[in-house]
Design a protein around this ligand. Structure first.
Ligand SMILES: Nc1ncnc2c1ncn2[C@@H]1O[C@H](COP(=O)(O)OP(=O)(O)OP(=O)(O)O)[C@@H](O)[C@H]1O
Ligand SMILES: [Mg+2]
Length: 252
């Protein structure tokens, strides 16, 4: 069975894309087939995986039904890791979708018309908003991974996000659940990080992954080489932490 997981948080810069790239790569090295869908007009997952923005065969033409999944999928440097590329004009697609009926279901419909059986996991990188693209991802997914940066107000935004997820569940996608929450840019020497951790533990319980993603410069350098961190510095704390997160995901 293919598991479709959206990686979301309306807050910007909290490690969504870093998680999609590196969790995707770390799952793929466990002999799994993983498809990353770059649903963010910033297309950071695309460049971070060493690809160019898509002109025609990308996520915009996939969700508008112009091209098939096979036509829109490219390989990455990691064996078993595939990508549907993002593009800046996805922002235009989002505006076009807004006036259409069933606008929440474009990704769902494109995915259900596709043969996903070869993939064990589909990871969707969401933009930093709760707009139509993120809604499309949450309607198409069977689980959400929330990335939470270990900082002040991190959990305040989270309750808003959880409300949105519950609303989507009630209206459009009863199968949706919070698959897990991961604390990113964690620094155990900082009291603040530990406070966020304690609060998250209390608020989230078991959905909080045990793995913490530390602040690690290798994680921020790797995308400029178009590589997941395991291909850039496999022994870095960032690479090890995403491998550990992948094991947790595989066990869930
Ligand atoms: N654990 C980490 N350690 C160090 N730097 C990190 C870490 N995680 C992310 N970064 C860096 O922080 C910045 C934001 O991360 P990222 O792009 O993954 O967040 P995002 O939630 O996808 O952002 P956006 O909302 O803009 O899409 C990037 O420059 C990234 O390289
Ligand atoms: Mg991003």
């Amino acid at each position: 069975m293919t598991r479709i997981l959206a990686v979301a948080n309306q807050k910007g810069g909290v490690g969504k894309t870093t998680t999609v790239i590196n969790l995707g790569a770390s799952i793929a090295v466990h002999n799994k087939e993983v498809l990353v869908i770059d649903l963010d007009p910033q297309a950071n997952a695309t460049s971070g995986l060493g690809s160019e923005e898509a002109d025609v065969y990308g996520v915009h033409s996939f969700i508008s039904g112009e091209h098939s999944l096979e036509e829109c999928t490219v390989k990455t440097e990691v064996e078993g890791l595939y990508l549907v590329r993002g593009a800046r004009h996805l922002a235009g697609t989002e505006i076009e979708l807004a006036s259409q009926e069933h606008r929440e279901f474009f990704l769902t419909e494109s995915l259900s018309a596709s043969n996903l059986s070869k993939y064990d996991y589909v990871l969707i990188d969401c933009p930093p908003s709760l707009g139509l693209l993120t809604i499309n991802a949450l309607v198409a997914a069977d689980g959400v991974i929330l990335t939470v940066q270990s900082e002040y107000y991190a959990l305040e935004g989270l309750s808003h996000l959880v409300d949105t997820i519950n609303r989507i569940k009630a209206h459009w996608n009863r199968a949706l659940s919070i698959f897990g929450v991961v604390l990113t840019m964690y620094d155990k020497r900082l009291r603040l990080s530990r406070e966020v951790e304690e609060e998250a533990n209390e608020f989230l319980g078991d959905v909080l992954f045990k793995t913490r993603i530390p602040r690690n410069v290798r994680l921020s350098e790797a995308p400029s080489f178009g590589k997941p961190v395991i291909l850039y510095d496999a022994f870095s704390s960032g690479a090890r932490s995403y491998m550990s997160l992948a094991r947790e995901v595989l066990a869930r």
